[in-house]
Design a protein around this ligand. Structure first.
Ligand code: HEM
Length: 159
């Protein structure tokens, strides 16, 4: 395998990790919503957290191998429109993921308090809004990921 092939190999591994995380997000969110009590919800959230811990690795792999893909092809950030939009969408998705991870930690803490019966008043309403946000997050990340994929396959603005 030469450098170009190696960069693409790991780029696709990174993409596979991101896609897996996105699909797991949908499945685990459905399990979380179906869970009958807070203790069961907490178990689902701990699985989601284990998967979420992979995200810095996946983001790092995709970004570094993406830059490697650009270097071996002699592409700059502004050389081709599709790549420019793709990188911007990727950075939005990565930032959104980091912000969601912070909110998820707070949500886990709240569900733990509710499971122990030590949560302050109004926690259920706070949790309901955090849960809504988690569903919106899954939709946004899926739309971003699919848009990135469409741009990559279609490559509008390739000269
Ligand atoms: C979620 C994020 C990303 C996904 C899903 C993704 C997906 C892909 C896929 C499937 C290919 C293969 C396309 C082909 O061979 O025609 C590819 C190629 C490529 N990617 Fe990404 N990528 C992502 C992020 C990035 C980033 C952040 C960069 C740049 C920093 C980047 C730069 C490139 C380049 C330059 C190519 C080679 C395109 C070519 O000229 O054939 N990618 N990407």
């Amino acid at each position: 395998m030469d450098t170009t092939q190696l960069a693409m190999f790991f780029h696709l591994i990174g993409f596979g990790l991101l896609a897996t995380m996105n699909v797991s997000g949908w499945l685990l969110n459905a399990q979380y919503r179906k869970a009958a009590d807070y203790k069961s919800k907490l178990i689902v959230l701990s699985s989601a957290r284990a998967i979420g811990l992979l995200s810095p690795l996946a983001i790092g792999i995709v970004l570094l191998t993406g830059i490697a893909n650009m270097m071996v092809r002699g592409l700059g950030f502004t050389t081709e429109v599709w790549l420019e939009i793709k990188v911007i969408l990727f950075l939005i998705a990565a930032t959104n993921g980091v912000l969601f991870a912070i909110r998820s930690k707070k949500r886990g803490g709240l569900v733990a308090q509710l499971a122990q019966g030590s949560a302050p008043g109004g926690s259920e309403a706070t949790l309901a809004s955090m849960d809504r946000l988690a569903s919106v997050f899954n939709i946004v990340q899926s739309v971003l990921l699919i848009s990135i994929l469409i741009l990559t396959v279609w490559k509008p603005g390739r000269f």
